[in-house]
Write a protein that binds this ligand. Structure first.
Ligand SMILES: Cc1ncc(COP(=O)(O)O)c(C=O)c1O
Length: 373
């Protein structure tokens, strides 16, 4: 019996090391990684710049608490503000925690206000984030949830009809990740912006999965024509180190005061140093153009594979609907083809490789999938 709590159905593979897009298991077998720790290892495994940043910072200062500032955290906040709509940043340790901070922020801005989210959304497993994640199987065993959450269809009309003077915020992923890469339409995001402006509510984008270059722009919202009032980040930001962030725009910038929220580990210097190293690479127009190009190569290649009925893609955030049993194909891809991918549903495979993936690695992954499909 395992000493681990059984909250995951884990695959029977244990990875021992990684480099770029390649993982090596404890028997020395190599795998091509098109999951990247679920969109986390944005520069691939053990990128030299991230490793160096972590090693140097760990040797200098690991933790001081948020009773003090630390230089990597301050620098990271300044960079996030400079490169987005933000005026301030609250740091967290994960995506769910960044969303919890966002929920508290918008509630404080509009006391007792409702939060509107949409079907298909995934915002995390903590109580607030889970309450904004309208999935019966994830919510039901843990009822009662946090009150004041409303879930509607991800359509312009449903959002426009639901948002009213009691609404504190609309929380949306510009590109839904866990539901199988579903970009919300420009008209949906525009309707949410308009509805929030109409009633003075906040528009919050959850870019935990789609942010930090994943879609081929630094932030997914940049491709939508809609600017939110706040945005949450995590996953790819730390390149493998745990860090989350809530970027707060002008409308909400005066809301949080000392004592309102906090976290012992958040904004720690080692994670912040890793995130700065990630931004050094990702925040570059040539790098981002490469993400778009290679994402297109992956998407086009997937369309050619047998049994693929639909491909949805934004940069290197890609999903394919297939006629076969997707969880079984993902398992066989791992065990037979040594290709790491995952299934987000019974008929959907998701591909979120490191943003540094090469054309040759994309072609190799497609060839391995072809064998299975
Ligand atoms: C869009 C989105 N928001 C929030 C989360 C939760 O992040 P974490 O697992 O770091 O708490 C996830 C995780 O998959 C996500 O994809």
């Amino acid at each position: 019996m395992s000493a681990l709590a059984p909250t995951y159905a884990r695959y029977p593979v244990e990875f021992a090391s990684g480099s770029g897009c390649v993982l090596t298991d404890s028997d020395g077998v190599e795998y091509l990684d098109f999951l990247a720790g679920i969109a986390v290892c944005s520069l691939g495994h053990c990128h030299p710049a991230v490793v160096a940043a972590v090693q140097e910072q760990a040797a200098a200062l690991m933790h001081v608490s948020n009773l003090f500032t630390n230089a990597p955290m301050v620098r990271l906040a300044e960079r996030l503000v400079e490169r987005s709509f933000g005026e301030g940043v609250y740091f967290a340790n994960s995506g769910a925690e960044a969303n919890e901070a966002a929920l508290k922020l918008v509630r404080k801005a509009r006391p007792k206000g409702d939060v509107v989210s949409v079907h298909g959304a995934f915002h995390g497993r903590t109580y607030g984030a889970l309450s904004a994640t309208p999935q019966e199987s994830k919510q039901a065993p843990f009822a009662p949830l946090v009150p004041g959450f409303r879930a509607v269809a991800p359509t312009a009309q449903a959002i426009a009809e639901t948002v009213d003077e009691r609404t504190a915020a609309v929380l949306l992923e510009p590109v839904q990740g866990e539901s199988g890469v579903h970009p919300l339409g420009a008209e949906v995001l525009a309707a949410a912006r308009e509805a929030c402006d109409r009633v003075g509510a906040a528009l919050v984008f959850d870019e935990v999965q789609c942010g930090v270059g994943r879609t081929g722009s630094l932030w997914a919202y940049e491709q939508t024509g809609v600017v939110p009032d706040a945005m949450t980040l995590a996953k790819g930001l730390g390149g493998g180190m745990p860090i989350g962030a809530l970027v707060i725009g002008e409308r909400l910038s005066g809301v949080f005061a000392p004592g309102d929220h906090g976290s012992t580990f958040a904004g720690g210097p080692v994670s912040a140093a890793a995130a700065n190293a990630v931004l050094d690479v990702v925040d570059d127009p040539d790098f981002l153009a490469g993400v778009l190009e290679r994402g297109e190569r992956l998407a086009e290649g997937l369309k050619e594979l047998p049994g693929v009925s639909e491909v949805r893609a934004r940069g290197l955030m890609v999903a394919a609907d297939i006629s076969a049993d997707a969880p079984q194909i993902a398992r066989r891809a791992l065990l037979e083809q040594h290709l790491v991918i995952n299934a987000t549903g019974p008929a959907t495979l998701r591909f979120v490789p490191p943003l540094t993936v090469t054309e040759a690695e994309i072609d190799a992954a497609l060839a391995r999938l072809y064998e299975l499909l």
